[in-house]
Ligand binder design. Sequence first.
Ligand SMILES: [Fe+2]
Ligand SMILES: [Fe+2]
Length: 474
Amino acid sequence: MTIDYQERIPNNVGLAENRTLQRALEHWQPRFLDWWREMGPSDFLDCDVYLRTATSVDAKGWASYGTVKMPDYRWGIFLADAVPDRTIGFGDEFGKPAWQQVPGEHRSTLRRLIVTQGDTEPASVEQQRLLGHSCPSLYDLRNLFQVNVEEGRHLWAMVYLLHAYFGRDGREEAEELLTRHSGDADKPRILGTFNEPISDWLSFFMFTYFTDRDGKFQLKSLAESGFDPLARSCQFMLTEEAHHMFVGDTGIARVVRRTLEVMKELGSEDPAAVRGKGAIDLPTIQRYLNFWFSSSLDLFGAEISSNAASYFATGIKGRPDEASFADHLCKEGAMTFEAPDGKGGVTTDAVPLRNAMNEAVRSAYVRDCEIGVKRWNRLIVKAGYTSELSLPSPRFRRGIGAWAGRPVDPAGNIISAAEWQAKLPGWIPSEADRSFVKSQMQRVTTPGKMAAWIAPPERGINNLPLDYEYVHLH
Ligand SMILES: [Fe+2]
Ligand SMILES: [Fe+2]
């Protein structure tokens, strides 16, 4: 379905036919733009940026590229095409028609899920708002802005659902999404991870690799929802989300590549020597990885969850790729997982499948995370080194679930509290690591040039050369 860009709010949901909704959203739009000016990328409002914009929601070519000033980006409302006679794919409602309106009994649950998802979108823009000042290249600066405008659009996607389907309380929630701010002492964002500032680019690449990937799995679960407008909205968001993870995946690969080049030049793996040449040593990359992977795991919730069970039972939230499972009811059977036994050992718990949904999704996430790590390790092997990057154990440094607050090393071994206290600083970025990484964040804005700590990408955006001026700074 083609998107109408003549409209004040581009959309493929027939907004012009619903004057009340259109007026309500046109009333919200200037508030969103105020938010963008205040809380979006700082100091780049007047720059021309080479961005892609959605033109159609089908697979053929949904993106059109062009130069635009960010406040003029055409944020809009795009739903994937409807599947005729779609039915609910899981839970107690399996096989019944998908809901085109919100069922009364699920209203508050659905609203809460949409608000929580919606809250993360502008939160990440806020977390990243100062990063542009220290961009390693114009190519990267453009990618940051592309991610930012699309997270802004994801906010639009959730605000549309709130306005269109939740009446007055939906409109109030939409306002609140612009008044909570990442890291704000009085009105913080809902989820903890989204209140941490992202003040260096290594963290940005880790965030887009690990935390946006949590987003991918949340969206994939919601894309299965019995509430059809939510499902269609999330399906389209996933096509945008893929680019964010590409930015993280290739970003980390380029950092690793540069580090390997420097190690070769030096004939040494010594972290201090590598740092002396302005690159980021592999152990530091590993510590950043430990930090972001472990904090992203918490976003999936506890292993045993009655909420997750009820989302599944009621048809509100399914499993990613629900169609790929044989059993869509999950009434029988159990999932086993290991939990601390409280005596320094490990015990195996069997949890009814529906109560273990968070863990099922988290396991799929971990497998997805491993793909990139393997790719980065191949670069290391190809360069002739034996060191490896690895995901820490999912038990490591957890804040939620059975392993929360347990002293566990990155390999997953239970250790003493004293050993944990002593060794943790070596497993995650120390103050010294952070200040070193920060010290390397020098802004590079000559087209085609890269900062000393990162290799160039393999190709430019949309087949343009690498030295194209992706952001025109004034
Ligand atoms: Fe998003
Ligand atoms: Fe994203």
